[in-house]
Design a protein around this ligand. Structure first.
Ligand code: XBP
Ligand code: MG
Length: 234
């Protein structure tokens, strides 16, 4: 059956963003007098938890010794995350993080074929907007029939909440859609929502377990092969 919609994950899928997030977290920590430094191996471990605020709390609870939380810890985490988001969106606006191979063409071809597009991400709407305004142009939002971001659902990936929210917005059945993801958490979120999921890996996720994926690709540089895989006639 021809698919009616493609639902895109953002971080690691539309663009290789995670190291930009990592650098931005470190800038926010330094600016707030914290000697926390998330190097690549540590960040790789911290990516087990989705959501920047949740990731900071995971780091404090499971990786830090001898840290005394301030009374207003939740507010402090929100503040750290807001500062981090400022640095990250500045990086995006400078064009520091381009879209991954094949993504822009896939979006163009799918739109031309009348396929509905949507976003299902753990990151913030602000980050999605900054990334896609640079990557797709100022009309980017009109390309997507639903834009499911971060805190609009109670539980982040690997819970299915964000994909369920997008399916509801699209008024489509899971079987009418496919999801494009990059991580174990993203795969399990989409699968739990009943959506056939294709994986494109990146340096942070390529060693993860993708059992259950319809296919695991390095990237979308060979779009004709991908279109044949998903039954899209362009
Ligand atoms: C990946 C995430 C996000 C980013 C950081 O999102 O888990 O938390 O790592 O962005 P995706 P925030 O679902 O797009 O792969 O700090 O804005 O959460
Ligand atoms: Mg991702």
């Amino acid at each position: 059956m021809t698919i009616k919609a493609i639902i895109f994950d953002v971080d690691g899928t539309l663009a290789d963003t995670e190291d930009g997030h990592r650098q931005s977290f470190n800038k926010a920590f330094a600016e707030n007098g914290l000697d926390w430094n998330w190097d690549v191996p540590l960040y790789d471990k911290l990516l087990k938890v989705t959501g920047g605020k949740e990731r900071i709390k995971y780091f404090v609870s499971d990786f830090l010794q001898g840290y005394t939380k301030p009374d207003n810890f939740d507010d402090f985490v929100k503040h750290l995350h807001a500062v981090k988001t400022g640095h990250y969106t500045a990086m995006l606006r400078e064009g520091a993080i381009p879209l991954r191979p094949g993504i822009k063409q896939l979006i163009h071809d799918a739109r031309a074929a009348g396929i509905t597009l949507a976003i299902a991400t753990t990151t913030t709407a602000e980050n999605v907007s900054a990334l896609l305004e640079v990557g797709l142009g100022k009309d980017w939002a009109s390309y997507f029939a639903a834009n499911g971001c971060g805190d609009i659902v109670p539980k982040k990936k690997p819970a299915p909440d964000i994909y369920d929210w997008v399916l509801d917005k699209l008024a489509l059945q899971p079987s009418e859609c496919i999801a494009l993801e990059d991580s174990y958490n993203g795969l399990h979120s989409a699968l739990a929502a009943g959506i056939k999921t294709y994986i494109t890996t990146n340096p942070y996720t390529h060693t993860q377990n993708f059992t259950g994926a319809a296919a695991v690709l390095n990237d979308l540089s060979n779009l004709p092969a991908f279109y044949q895989m998903i039954g899209l006639r362009i």
